[in-house]
Design a protein around this ligand. Sequence first.
Ligand code: LLP
Length: 403
Amino acid sequence: MIDFKQLAHDYKTPLYVYDFDYMSAQYEELKLAFKGRKSILAYAVKANSNLSVVRHFAKMGSGADCVSIGEVRRAFLAGIPAYKIIFSGVGKTDDEICEAIEKDILYINIESEAELSRVEMMAKKLAKVSRISIRVNPNIDPKTHPYISTGLHDNKFGVDLSSAKRMYIKANNSEYLDPVGIHFHIGSQLTELDPIRESAEIVADLVRSLAGINIELKFFDIGGGLGIKYDDEATIKPYDYAQAILGCLNALDLTILCEPGRFLTANAGYFVSKVLYEKQNGAKKFVVIDGAMNDLLRPALYSAYHKITAITDSKAEPRAVDIVGPVCESGDFFAKDYPLPKLNHNDLVVVHSAGAYGFGMGSNYNSRGRSAEIALEDGKARMIRKRETFEDLIALETEFLEG
Ligand code: LLP
């Protein structure tokens, strides 16, 4: 049991708390699912990019899936070796491409024909060979929230099968490109296996057809997306996930690259807030807490459900309340009509499953400093990011800089 009261007392609120031991257990479970097969788990840094979190996975042998050069730099700083770092994303700049080539990462994931030409141009300029993988968009409906679906032609990600083949041929003929991998990622918070299996089959067929023209790939990158329990949804078991993928590969001898984010960190994280006030508008009851949408955007952005518990001495019966923050937006809520008992000033409200896409999607909206972040490991708590101060918020506003 995590002593949220003590943590709130020691570090103040609002506060992010991450259970590092839980992250380790998730990593081990997924790694074990691919046992007996060459595999790399490349942690999707975007899920939670705190350096201590990334270093935690680095120590376990993880690679990193990055979507900006900032994330690549984080991965390096956290101790992830270059040969386990990949760089994806539809809009890489020339500078980002050059830095990735110079850092000699495992491969750059290419998301369009135009980008392939750009990477070739940059590699030529640097007189280097760039290892690449191509992100295939298999046009499969992942059956998740439309904002986190990525594997349909309606989505901006990847290229269709025929373009992919053309691009592999082009890359194979280039003295500056080395096509080593193939990639697909159809969406996030996936709770059904069939769309994943179907996509893997389509992509594995392309690998076979490429082998037929002597383009031999080494990495089969299945993206991330494994869903977790926010509520009581049925989820995919890592073992079944791995078996489904392996079933599509048959005799293909490829290293599997998997890019889990949410699966590793979401349920390790808690967002802890204090109750400021209760109020009532007509029949509607609100609990106002000191955390807000700038700290955790998922409910406002996706109407995402997060389980919430209150830490209180109140013995009152639960009633339906909206749990809201101080930001000046009606979208600033954590839950609507959620059953909580009458709460008192300074009682705690804990938002669960906050370890992925929580802090990282935060902002300074309303000039609110970001929360502190705390790691729990081996029964001990330590601060891994300080609470932002007003001075931090204005530090880059040039006309007010000192000197
Ligand atoms: N690989 C690629 C290429 C991705 O685009 C993503 C996530 C991942 C791996 C990691 O996916 P995961 O295992 O975490 O599902 N902000 C949204 C999620 C956006 C996911 C974007 N891509 C949310 O809060 O639900």
